[in-house]
Design a protein around this ligand. Structure first.
Ligand code: FAD
Length: 387
């Protein structure tokens, strides 16, 4: 596809976030929307996500993002004609520390006020949900039965396909190499396929969010951190469905994927900007050790494979959404950490409102791109670092 020479808006990044924004803009009637993706749609960190969807977040804004997402995912097949494998498997947090439990209770009060079905249960009740669990060292568990999972690739392709049907152009294999800024305003983008003049550039580059920010001279606090997921051979000893179950003491989490178990050590590792994200085989031993402690029957399972991906974290664990300070026409939607897949529908909707109506219908000041430079970031007890 030949690139257009002009666009009303250029979105850098064809991950779940960029595709959702493109869809929402196109749906609202915005013409000449162009998405530039250096590889293929959904091949970035979106392809590494575990597909988890939870309403258990520490702030009202993020809980509202989740509730919006759950509504969209529930209707996705109807609206987009794509089966995304949406299933309410629930999220189960295993808590072994009283202070941690106090944090959960505070967050649960907020979540319940906003209508989320989430409750504290006893270790024995947790074992009734997942009989394979070892629970003798737990003080409690937190159960969100409405939390769910779905396929990130299916959701991304659903957004991308409908965005294209509505007139957006999505170009793959096109790397944005420069963002010229003239008199404090974005003038366009330079790419490996030529330049596009545009008054509006959206940075939806996921783990490359800081690098793309630098192209426009904007500093963004996106810190990609590696996380692994391993999977077993079919393991009928733990029958499904199994909620996404997180051991708070070790960070280990697991769930069932078809007949296999997915297992993650919950690692958070700085590997610089190595976007090839190699698998560190030493993490297998760590994963197995944590798994054996929590689900001893896993001793009978065999690891069949695994992958690693980058979680685009920020210093306060909240995303960065809004106009970039200092450069007019440069909008940012990055830093989604371990929850960018599940927050993509709400991100697309509110970014669309912001750009087309002048402001979003929900207060998004939590995500203000200027908060770190101003020293105004709010460090909430971040709660579950679940995915
Ligand atoms: C192991 C793991 C498990 C996870 N589990 C979950 C989960 O259960 N639930 C959940 O909600 N989230 C989960 N996440 C987080 C989730 O994957 C991310 O937050 C989300 O995918 C971010 O989407 P994105 O569109 O911002 O980024 P990406 O998917 O990375 O998209 C950005 C795109 O920009 C492109 N790009 C970058 N630079 C340029 C450039 N210069 N020019 C052109 N294109 C460019 C890249 O190629 C990429 O495709 C998980 C992440 C990991 C690593």
């Amino acid at each position: 596809m030949a690139l257009p020479r002009t666009a009303s808006v250029v979105i850098i990044g064809g991950g779940v976030v960029g595709c959702s924004i493109a869809y929402h803009l196109a749906r609202r009637g915005q013409r000449d929307v162009v998405v530039l993706e250096r590889e293929t749609v959904g091949s970035g960190t979106t392809s590494k996500a575990a597909g988890g969807i939870r309403a258990q977040f520490p702030t009202e804004t993020e809980v509202r993002f989740s509730l919006e997402a759950i509504g969209v995912f529930e209707r996705f097949e109807e609206e987009f004609g794509v089966d995304i494998g949406y299933r309410k498997i629930g999220y189960l947090f295993l808590v072994s520390d009283e202070e941690d439990l106090r944090g959960f209770r505070e967050r649960m009060a907020l979540q319940r006020r906003l209508g989320v079905d989430v409750r504290e249960i006893s270790p024995a009740e947790a074992k009734a949900i997942v009989p394979a669990l070892r629970v003798d060292d737990l003080v409690a568990a937190v159960w969100g039965p409405s939390d769910a999972m779905a396929g990130p690739a299916e959701v991304t392709n659903g957004f991308a396909r409908r965005a294209r049907e509505l007139g957006a152009k999505i170009a793959e294999g096109v790397d944005v190499t420069a963002i010229p800024v003239e008199h404090g305003r974005v003038a366009g983008v330079a790419t490996t396929d030529g330049a596009i003049a545009t008054p509006l550039v959206i940075n939806a580059a996921g783990p490359a969010g800081a690098a793309v920010g630098r192209l426009a001279g904007v500093k963004l606090a996106v810190q990609p951190r590696r996380r692994h997921i391993f999977y077993t051979e079919p393991f009928p000893e733990i029958p499904g469905p199994v909620p996404l179950t997180t051991d708070r003491a070790s960070g280990f989490y697991f769930r069932k994927e078809m007949e296999q178990l997915l297992l993650s050590p919950g690692d958070v590792e700085d590997i610089g900007e190595d976007f090839s994200v190699p698998v560190d085989r030493a993490r297998i031993d760590e994963t197995v050790e944590k798994a054996l402690h929590r689900i001893p029957i896993v001793e009978k399972a065999r690891i069949a494979g695994g992958w690693a991906g980058l979680r685009p974290l920020t210093p306060d664990d909240h995303a960065i959404i809004g106009w970039a300070p200092g450069v007019e026409g440069f909008f940012v939607a990055v830093g989604f950490g371990g929850h960018g897949f599940q927050h993509s529908p709400a991100t697309g909707r509110y970014v669309g409102e912001w750009l087309l109506d002048g402001k979003p219908s929900l207060d998004l000041s939590l995500f203000d791109p200027g908060r770190f430079a101003r020293g105004a970031a709010v460090h909430h007890d971040k709660g579950p670092d679940a995915e």
